[in-house]
Design a binder for this molecule. Structure first.
Ligand SMILES: [Fe+2]
Ligand SMILES: [Fe+2]
Length: 259
């Protein structure tokens, strides 16, 4: 210590105590504000999620479905997207967007939508406008999840070989989100009871999916779905039992990954 320098006088204890108390209060206020902000964000995210699910349910309701199909479509599409190495935010978006793939059916008359038996050529033409109607409902927005929902709605009946509708796109020209949902929707439709047939077994479904590889569907996506089929089926069954859903997205296991 320099003997020439006077020893600095410590601040008055009362003043120091006050600073300390103010600091503690400031920190408490800061933590409370952060908690409130997190709670508000969670509430908003949940409201956003629920609103999108209800919108999807509106279309399925008209179609006479219980709504479980769209939960499966969301969860299984996200599962497959993760297998294909898509970024996590993209996978979360597809989980919310995929359930709205058939929302355009809102615009199809019940006389066609609910007609038992086959449709006439003219009725089929009207039915095949549902992707365009869906894209009109969901599109023209800068909200990423709705933009993805619009491209899925528009593209989920396109075929890899270019023979689908409404635009006859082929291969990579079809948005990847729509290619994923198309495969999952096909698998899910086969494993559901229909008025004209019973649900196919998992083995029969696998054979059907493999038969469409490269014609109807993207071969890489079919390969990923086939490789992970047991886990996709297990996730489907868990959703049907009410044990899993969109709140807890399933994560692929190492063994699921296609080679
Ligand atoms: Fe459709
Ligand atoms: Fe569907």
């Amino acid at each position: 210590m320099n003997p020439d320098r006077p020893t600095p006088t410590p601040p008055a204890p009362a003043h120091n105590d006050l600073d300390q108390r103010q600091l503690v209060r400031l920190l408490q206020d800061f933590h409370q504000l952060r908690r409130q902000r997190e709670q508000a964000y969670e509430a908003l995210a949940r409201a956003h999620h629920v609103t999108l699910s209800k919108l999807a349910l509106a279309a399925e309701y008209k179609d006479g479905d219980t709504g479980i199909h769209i939960v499966r479509i969301g969860a299984l599409s996200a599962y497959l997207a993760r297998l294909l190495g898509k970024p996590e935010a993209w996978c979360r978006d597809i989980e919310l967007a995929a359930p709205m793939h058939d929302i355009g059916k809102i615009g199809i008359p019940d006389s066609i939508l609910k007609k038992p038996g086959g449709l006439t050529a003219q009725e089929r033409e009207i039915m095949q406008t549902h992707p365009l109607i869906g894209a009109q409902i969901l599109g023209n927005t800068d909200v990423p999840v709705l933009a993805m929902a619009a491209e899925i709605a528009l593209g989920h009946h396109e075929r890899w070989d270019g023979t689908g509708y409404p635009r006859g796109l082929a291969g990579d020209a079809i948005p990847e989100s729509a290619r994923i949902v198309a495969v999952i929707d096909f698998i899910d439709a086969l494993t559901m009871d229909r008025c004209y047939r019973k649900a196919l077994s998992d083995a029969e479904t696998l054979t059907m999916v493999q038969a469409t590889r490269g014609s109807h569907f993207d071969p890489a996506i079919v390969d990923a779905a086939v490789a992970a089929f047991p886990r996709l089926a297990a996730l489907r069954d868990a959703i049907n039992r009410g044990e899993a859903g969109t709140q807890h997205p399933a994560r692929p296991q190492a063994g699921d990954l296609p080679h």
